[in-house]
Design a protein around this ligand. Structure first.
Ligand SMILES: Nc1nc(=O)c2c([nH]1)NC[C@@H]1CN(c3ccc(C(=O)N[C@@H](CCC(=O)O)C(=O)O)cc3)C=[N+]21
Length: 296
């Protein structure tokens, strides 16, 4: 079994990005600037946003964090987005999800300028991705492609089963794995909570990508020998024996599945760190397009 070490690969990517930033600095060019808007103070969301800010520092990006209270109105948030859209110093920004219930997420994501949408959540980017046009690819799926590529995992003609159809992970992943090129050219099955007999499907998969948020959902009995298993789950469960009082568990019954899989991502240290690295990568791409005044 080969562990797909997202932590290591994300460090490699961050080093590559840092080298690019050093070149920009030596040419006296503006460095990439990533902004993040966070509404409310959900613990997990704060952790992610803070690690994004930290990652920016690490590679030499400029970053800014816009913190809005949990009672912020949709209009106030839309105003803030408009401000970032018009701020020429900001190359890319994200609106951290989930948003509080008084805010219509779809409306908010539609308000982000597609040329600054480094999350790749705007319908324009999603549509372009689906049509093989240049676009921002959502960071988590982008990170999974990068892991498959850097570990030389064959995808052509393979059967990829995606579990979970979220707009952020499962749905885009199913599209990306079926596109032409590498990693791609896969035969894709997208499954979800109404899928009948899921084991019958997963046991035929060469590659399984699971993003359902249910700890230990994928059991060893559900996969065939030598399957590649990508675990996108990140559920926090209380654990007093840890310093933070919780531990993070994936969607895969790791201890048993690892005995059967050819490759597997750990949680933590798998897909999560890749997500952050690819957000930085998207911001670097945004800066380059911005500098050349290229529109998507
Ligand atoms: N607009 C928006 N864009 C996102 O990309 C986005 C979002 N909203 N909302 C929440 C999810 C989740 N997400 C993660 C990022 C990093 C880790 C990560 O680094 N995880 C570490 C552990 C981190 C920990 O200790 O909690 C690991 O798996 O090793 C996890 C999850 C980005 N998301």
């Amino acid at each position: 079994m080969i562990l797909l070490d997202g932590k290591k690969v994300s460090n490699d990517i961050k080093n590559e990005i840092a080298t690019e930033v050093e070149k920009m600095v030596s040419h006296q060019e503006k460095v990439p600037h990533l902004a993040a808007i966070i509404v409310g103070n959900d613990g997990a969301s704060m952790t992610y946003v803070n690690s994004k800010v930290k990652a920016c520092k690490r590679v030499g990006f400029e970053s800014s964090l816009v913190r809005l209270s949990g009672t912020t109105s949709e209009m106030e948030l839309l105003d803030k987005i408009e401000e970032l859209n018009n701020n020429d110093d900001v190359d890319g920004f994200i609106v951290q999800l989930p948003l509080p219930p008084q805010i219509d997420t779809q409306k908010v994501l539609m308000a982000v300028d597609p040329d600054k949408d480094v999350d790749g959540f705007h319908p324009t980017n999603f549509g372009k991705m689906s049509l093989d046009m240049t676009s921002f690819i959502p960071a988590t799926p982008f990170g999974i492609l990068e892991l498959l590529e850097r570990y030389d995992i064959p995808t052509k003609g393979k059967h990829t089963v995606v579990i979970g159809r979220s707009h952020i992970v499962g749905r885009p992943m199913s599209i990306l794995m079926g596109r032409s090129g590498f990693p791609g050219n896969s035969t894709v099955t997208l499954t979800h909570k109404y899928t009948k007999n899921i084991t019958q499907i997963t046991s035929q998969a060469d590659i399984i990508i699971i993003a359902v948020g249910i700890p230990h959902f994928l059991k060893a009995e559900m996969i065939k020998d030598d399957a590649v298993v990508i675990d996108v789950g990140i559920t926090r469960v209380p654990d007093d024996s840890t310093e933070k009082g919780y531990k993070i568990v994936g969607d895969v019954d790791f201890d048993n599945v690892k005995k059967k899989a050819s490759h597997i991502t750990p949680v933590p240290g798998g897909v999560g760190p890749m997500t952050i690295a690819m957000l930085l990568k998207n911001t670097l791409l945004a800066r380059e397009r911005h500098r050349k005044r290229e529109k998507l």
